[in-house]
Design a protein around this ligand. Sequence first.
Ligand SMILES: *Cc1c(COP(=O)(O)O)cnc(C)c1O
Length: 482
Amino acid sequence: MHELLSSTSADRYVEQMRVTVDRIAGRLRDTPQPFSGASRQQLQELVDAVDLDSAGLGTATALREADDLVGEHAVWFHHPAYAAHLNCPVAVPAVVAEAMIAAVNPSLDTYDQSTIGTLMERKLVDWTCGRIGFAAGDGVFTSGGTQSNLQALLLARDAAVARGGRPEGLVIVATASSHFSVQKAARLLGLGDDAVILVRTDAHGRMDPAALAGVLDTLTAIDRVPMCVVATAGTTDRGRLDPLAAIADECDRAGVWLHVDAAYGCGLLVSPTRRHLLDGIERARSVTVDFHKSFFQPVSSSALLVREPGDLRHVTWHADYLNPADAEEPNQVDKSMQTTRRFDALKLWTTLRALGPDGIGAMFDAVLDLAARVHDEVDRDPDLELVGRTELSTVLFRYQPPHVSDAQADGLVPLVRRVLFESGRAVVAKTVVAGRPCLKLTLLNPDTTLDDIRGVLELVRGAAAALVEGDDLVAAAEVGVR
Ligand SMILES: *Cc1c(COP(=O)(O)O)cnc(C)c1O
C-alpha cells in the first residue's frame, strides 16, 4: 500500500485524520501545563530511539508514534501559562483550512496550479492594503516577517540602485529595537553588517524623528545613500510603535523608502478600539504583517504589502516553463521570492469569514486589555519591578524585592526562566532592556485571565525566592552576571 492521497485512499485518509484529530483534541482538553517538562536529554533519547531506516510501520503506527513524541512534548501555545514569545493560540477555521491546504495542496506560484486560490490570495492582499490605507497597493503572502522584511529591503535596494545609488554606499536606517531580521537581511543582501545605521531612541525604545532627520542629513553629506528607513509598529520586546507619521515626514523630505515592520502590531489593523495607533502606516512604501502573530493564524502566514504595485517588479523573472513574459494569466510568482508556495491565505480567508474583522480585532484588543491590567498588577507588587509600559501585549519585569541587589536580580532572570521551563508549568521569556536582563511575558491569548497570569507571577516569585535562599545558586547567579 503506497498511502498516497487519491481516489482509492480517501476512506483511509478520513480514518487517520479522525483518529489524529481526536488525539489532539484530547490533549487540548487535558494538557495540564504548557510543556511536559521533559529534559533535553530525555527528548534526545526519544528521538535517538527512532530508526529512520527501519521498515515502514504503516500510517496508523507512524501517526501514533508522532503523537507520542510531538503531542506529548510540544509547547502548547493555547495554555494560559504559556506567555513567552509571539505565538498565538490558533483560530479553529484556520486550523481546519490548514488541513484543506495540505490535502488539496495547491501551489500559488502560477494561476494554472491554483486557479481560484490565486484570486483569493489577491483579494486578501487588496483587503489588507485597504486596511493599511494603500489606495492601489499590491503584495504577496510570505513565510513570515523575516521573509517579508527581506523582500521589502530587497525592493528598496533595487529601487535605490535603479535611481543610481552605488550598491557599496547603501545604508538601511533602523533602531536598536528593530527586529534582528533587518540586520540579517542586510547581510543576505550583501550590504554588510555596517550597512545598518541605528537611530537614537527615546526612553521607550521608539525612534526619535529629530535624530532620524539628523542621520539622513549626515548620510547624504558623506555620500552614503539611505535606501530605506525601517520603522517598527510593535517592537518585539517592548511592544512599542515608532512614531510613524513623524518618521514618514522625514522620509518624504529626504526621498527615502519607508518600510513599516508591523509583524507584531498588524492586529491593530482590525482593532475596533486602537486602529489609530497605526496612523501614518499608509505613508509607508512597504509594510510587513504577520498574520501568524496577531491574527491568530497557524504558522506560516505573513505578507508583504507595497504602496506602489510597480515596486514588486524587482523580484520578477520570467521562465518559459512557468510564467512567460507574455502570460495572460495572473501569476503570483512574479511578485514573490518563492516559487512553489503554500496557500496560507486560505487560513486567513476562513477566519475572516468565520469571525469577521471585528471579531479578530476584538481578540487582539482582549490581550491588549489584559496586558494593561498585568502591568498595573506588576507595578503594585513590591517583589516585582516593572520595566517600562507597553502599547501592545508584552510585560517586562524583574523579581527584585528590596533586599535583592541589582546584580542578584539580573542573575535571577535566566535561572527563573529555566526553573519554570524545566518544570513545564509555565513558559516565560527573557531579554535585555537598557543593558539589564529582565523576564518577559508576551500575551497573545484572549482566553487568558488576570488570575492565570497571577498564577504565572506566583511561580516566578516562588522560584526566585527559592533561588535567593539557596546561597550557592545566588552565587552562581552573580557569577553569571559578571
Ligand atoms: C516576529 C517578528 C519578525 C519576524 O517574523 P517571523 O514571522 O518570525 O519571521 C519581524 N519583525 C518583528 C517586529 C517581529 O516581532
